[in-house]
Ligand binder design. Sequence first.
Ligand code: SF4
Ligand code: SF4
Length: 532
Amino acid sequence: MKRKMKIEDLSRPAQQLVTLEPSDLLPLPPPYDEPRPLKELTEEQRQRYEASLDGIVGLGVTKPANAQEEEEFVAKFLSGLKKLLSKENNWTFIQPLLHSLDYCVKCQLCNDSCPAYLSSGKQEIYRPTFRPEVLRRIINKYLKKENSLLARLTASNIELNFTLLARLAELAYRCSLCRRCAQVCPLGIDNALISREIRKLFSQEMGIAARELHEQGTVQQLKVGSSTGITPKALANIIAFMEDDIEEKTGRKIKIPVDKEGAEVLLVHNAGEFMAWPENPQAFAILFDAAGIDWTLSSQIAGYDAVNYGIWYDDVQAARVAVHHAEAARTLKVKKICVGECGHAHKAILVIADRVLTGELNIPRESALPLLEHLVLSGKIKLDPKRNDFPVTLHDPCNMVRLMGIVEPQRKILRAICPQFREMEPHGVDNYCCGGGSGFAIMQSMNFPDWRNSVSARMKMKQILEAFADVSEPAQNKYVCAPCSNCKGLMRDMFEFYGATRKSNIFYGGLVELIVNAMVDLQKPFLTWEQL
Ligand code: SF4
Ligand code: SF4
């Protein structure tokens, strides 16, 4: 149910501030237009976790047992907030954070750029400026006397208590950090950064982070080698399987290079590819072999998993993983690191890691997309577009496209090898997030997946259906090219949730698979719809 919300309501006791009704949500075209209520929490879950924001639990903050625990919770938060606003403790992001906190003129131009806000039917709490305003008010009321930098912020009306903070923590996990709002802001305010800094405060100061990102993600990656749980030994088995599979599919006996010292290129995939979509690293291997590229994979801890979940919630964890990535390259003495089809890994290794990789760890790092573009457009590999003669649309991963400006390589490839390529609207730097950004795609706690599919991913579902509106009949296979592991993870769940493959034969996959599918000297098609 939509109702007018005020910032100060966030501190007030209530069973649930917002209830998402199916009739409020962004309409989808038939046969996807049936109203579908969101899954409710069990009574036990409600008792245990603070879920009074919107009845959804992504993070799962447990309730304090007594008044003393509540006081400690608030005190820790304030201590973390002070650190967030100090140069010594937050040298990584203090400048854009202060700019974003200080200079918003509340024009609200950014609201209608937010897919979560629009898909929810404009629920006030998902407005891009709502979270930042909560933080500003806390700073004004509780810290400004202690920090002259903040004196120019206006006085605020807010009551600091456990309920407010637990709701704020959950709210930081209703923003996919897509930065679409930041792009339209005339003053360069980055509300996504503020969401991310709120997550960081809770993680670094209070030990509160999404389990899938921290314990099952970063901690596992640094311990066993990959956030998927794949150990170096398991990787060796997977690679042997991939070599057999390539031979079976193509008749080619390809030795996938691992730990090859001095190679030109260290290719790093999101390790989710090895588990869920092995055809993607297989396609890279086939293409690089055919092009004669001097490349290798690494079997070192984190060297075979480009994932760096720290960039979504914690600077310390992000730095640890980035150093492991660079160490893998340094040990192998490769000339450069090349990141496969993973958007957030692009941001982590190619952008954020600049803040920590210095000296001999500052190894050249680049995206695989321009290299793929070169291989396709140079004519080095013989390709026949007729092999990809089915409708294809392109999803733009936010981190590659909006953040880094890698817009054209993937389009030039698709225009060259997919005769029925069509754009989604809007696209390029104006794209909508898949809905799985910032960890959402892997967050599976309680009813969060329902919220993700119903709200966060809804705009993307609508865009995909519209892109294929002229070929909507189920007899026609359709392909959403998503050159990002994380986006593919979202699509896997979203297509299942909406029955997109069953109802409309919509499939998803990567970019390099389409390139290999078009290779003229492969006897059989590389893509098999049944396996997508
Ligand atoms: S973030 Fe930018 S666009 Fe949004 S309200 Fe503030 S100044 Fe306006
Ligand atoms: S970053 Fe994206 S999801 Fe978050 S508030 Fe901005 S537009 Fe919405």
